[in-house]
Ligand binder design. Structure first.
Ligand SMILES: *[C@@H]1O[C@H](CO)[C@@H](O)[C@H](O)[C@H]1NC(C)=O
Ligand SMILES: *[C@@H]1O[C@H](CO)[C@@H](O)[C@H](O)[C@H]1NC(C)=O
Length: 351
């Protein structure tokens, strides 16, 4: 059954479902606009959470998941096919699948519940499937229908996007956690029942960030046109790559310099982190990555913050606080002065 839906912009920058978009309903007995309406808010919330996770994972990278990058749909405009495009597709697709699955477990949909298909079966040494596993099969199928339907082309870019959508869904499945409960006399664990649970979405994001760093480049842009032979070559190439891996067709710019034509913001003016707080290695090197490697200086800006502190409870019933002033130093990439050594802009490693 096919149904055609009008354009729906699921959030400000991305119209994921657009005019003439066709959704095929295979496995689910729900038909008509109702099926679409039931899931569309969940799909929208999922895509939004994917984008938020993208911004979190790339907060201290030169490319920081700007809105411009979030145009998932393929029609019109410039379509890049680089590593960052791959991540955007994977995390959006993962977000949609994750949210649909979570909604299902929370009982938000009438036609779906726990996955108990394996309950009662032996899962491994000393444990049985039981309880309420999150129904990723449901989330996977519905999200596939919504997200993959955006790719209407048959060229290498479309194949790349579909591959990365699938990698996003694989990431959700692959990070699920087995949770178990012991059974037996007074807490002894003679038998256990176990079920699969979704991880925190952050974990899916971190997993996909690793995949982003390891993304594979496929050489397909030239040659493989839209001929039947070209399409066959594209299909063969993608079939040979694991759907757990992200793929891209083009190299990324270094993201140092602003280029309005290409929608690149550059790193001038970006904040970076130096000391204080418990910083990880990636954050601690952010000033070098965002500023130094791009030929920009790091500018210190001092500010004072005022906040309530040393609050005491006075009987009865008042709380009195002092006003504490705290000096904070922030760091920004600036063109103000040349970095030491006066090195010109040098394309560094990938942001
Ligand atoms: C699914 O979950 C999201 C976020 O948790 C929520 O915003 C949305 O309303 C839920 N959808 C339904 C149909 O309950
Ligand atoms: C922006 O990129 C385009 C295409 O690569 C290039 O032709 C143009 O010179 C660039 N503009 C600036 C200001 O660097």
């Amino acid at each position: 059954m096919l149904l055609t839906k009008p354009s729906v912009c699921i959030f400000l920058f991305t119209c994921i479902l657009r005019l003439g978009y066709t959704w095929s309903v295979n496995n689910f007995l729900m038909t008509g606009p109702k099926a679409y309406l039931i899931y569309s808010s969940s799909v929208a919330a999922g895509a939004q959470s994917g984008i938020e996770e993208c911004k979190y994972q790339f907060a201290w990278d030169r490319w920081n998941c700007p809105e411009r990058a979030l145009q998932l749909s393929s029609h019109g405009g410039l379509r890049s096919a680089n590593r960052e495009t791959a991540f955007v597709h994977a995390i959006s697709s993962a977000g949609v699948m994750y949210t649909l699955t979570r909604n299902c477990s929370l009982g938000d949909f009438d036609n779906c519940g726990c996955d108990d298909s394996r309950n009662g079966q032996l899962g491994g040494q000393g444990w049985l499937w039981g309880g309420c596993s999150d129904n990723v099969g449901f989330g996977e199928a519905i999200s596939k229908q919504f997200v993959d339907a955006l790719e209407t082309g048959q060229d290498a870019r479309a194949a790349m996007n579909l591959h990365n959508n699938e990698a996003g869904r694989k990431a959700v499945k692959g990070t699920m956690k087995r949770t178990c409960k012991c059974h037996g006399v007074s807490g002894s664990c003679t038998t256990q029942t176990c079920w699969l649970q979704l991880p925190e979405f952050r974990e899916v994001g971190a997993h996909l960030k690793e995949k982003y760093h390891a993304a594979l480049k496929v050489d397909l842009l030239q040659g493989a046109g839209n001929s039947a032979a070209g399409r066959g070559a594209i299909a063969d190439t993608f079939r040979s790559i694991s759907t757990r891996e992200l793929v891209h067709l083009e190299d990324s710019p270094d993201y140092c310099l602003e280029n309005k034509t290409l929608g690149l913001l550059g790193t001038e003016g970006r904040e970076c982190l130096r000391r204080g707080r418990a910083l990880g290695r990636w954050e601690r090197r952010s000033c070098r990555r965002l500023c130094g490697d791009c030929g920009l200086a790091v500018e210190e800006r001092r500010a004072e913050t005022v906040s309530s502190c040393n609050c005491k409870f006075h009987w009865c019933c008042a709380v009195r606080c002092e006003q504490c002033r705290r000096r904070v130093t922030k760091y920004f990439c600036s063109r103000a002065e040349r970095p030491r050594g006066g090195a010109a802009h040098k394309p560094g490693r990938k942001s």
